[in-house]
Design a protein around this ligand. Structure first.
Ligand SMILES: Cc1cc2nc3c(=O)[nH]c(=O)nc-3n(C[C@H](O)[C@H](O)[C@H](O)COP(=O)(O)O)c2cc1C
Length: 196
C-alpha cells in the first residue's frame, strides 16, 4: 500500500484524476486528495458538480474503505504542509501551466503548491501531468526548471498505437505510465488491450 497525494488543478482533463483516484483506492492505496478552486470549475464543466467534503468525495470515487482523505486547498494546518509526514509521492493531474509556474517559483500560496514544494524538498517523486498547447518559452523554461529540480514531467498526450476504442482506453494508457513512474506496477494499459 502506498500513500499518494493526488492534486487536481484548473487544467482540462478531470477525467484523468477521476480514473486515477478510483483506481488507487480500489487497489488498496491511500490517497490524499486536493483540488484547487479553478480545478473545481473545470471539473464541473467536464464531469458535473464536484463534492464539497470528504464524505462527498469518498462517495464520488466509490471509496467504501475510507482510503481517500480530502484536504481543502487553504488548509495549511494539514499534515501535507510538513515534510515530517511521510508520503510516497505526489501527482498533480491535470496540471495547469499556472500551477507549473507557481511550483517552479516555490510560491506555496495554497496547500497544493506547498505539498508539491514539500515533495520536492524531501526528494520524493513529484509527477506533473500538464495539459496545454501550444507551449510558450515561459512554459518550457518552467517545465525544464522543474525537471532539473527532480520532478517528472508527463504531457497529457496519450498514445494511439494500441488502437484505443474509447476515451477511457486513452486515459488509462496514460495513467498506467504515470503510476509506474511513482513505483506502482499496474495492468492499466494491458487491461484495455486484452478485451479487444
Ligand atoms: C474550461 C477551462 C479549461 C482550462 N484548461 C486549461 C488547460 O488545459 N491548461 C492550463 O494550463 N490552464 C487551463 N485553464 C486555465 C486555468 O484554469 C487557470 O490558469 C487557473 O488560474 C489555474 O489555477 P490553478 O493552477 O490554481 O488550478 C482552463 C480554464 C478553463 C475555465
Amino acid at each position: 500500500m502506498k500513500k499518494i497525494i493526488v492534486a487536481v488543478s484548473g487544467a482540462s482533463g478531470a477525467i484523468y484524476a477521476n480514473r486515477l483516484v478510483r483506481w488507487l483506492v480500489q487497489n488498496g492505496h491511500r490517497v490524499d486528495f486536493l483540488i484547487s478552486n479553478p480545478g473545481r470549475k473545470v471539473f464541473e464543466l467536464e464531469l458535473g458538480k464536484p463534492p464539497k467534503d470528504q464524505a462527498g468525495w469518498r462517495k464520488f470515487f466509490n471509496d467504501r474503505k475510507g482510503r481517500l482523505h480530502y484536504h481543502a486547498p487553504d488548509d495549511f494546518n494539514s499534515s501535507l504542509a510538513s515534510g515530517s509526514v511521510k508520503r510516497d509521492g505526489m501527482i498533480v493531474i491535470p496540471c495547469s501551466m499556472g500551477m507549473i509556474a507557481r511550483i517552479a517559483g516555490g510560491i506555496s500560496s495554497n496547500l497544493i503548491e506547498r505539498s508539491a514544494d514539500v515533495t520536492l524538498k524531501e526528494r520524493r517523486p513529484l509527477i506533473l501531468v500538464f495539459r496545454e498547447a501550444p507551449l510558450s518559452l515561459i512554459h518550457l523554461e518552467n517545465l525544464a526548471k522543474l525537471s532539473r529540480a527532480g520532478a517528472i514531467i508527463i504531457p497529457a498526450a496519450p498514445g494511439f498505437y494500441q488502437r484505443p476504442k474509447k476515451i477511457e482506453d486513452l486515459v488509462d494508457g496514460l495513467l498506467g505510465r504515470t503510476l509506474r513512474q511513482i513505483g506502482i506496477e499496474n495492468n492499466l494499459e494491458k487491461e484495455w488491450r486484452d478485451d479487444g
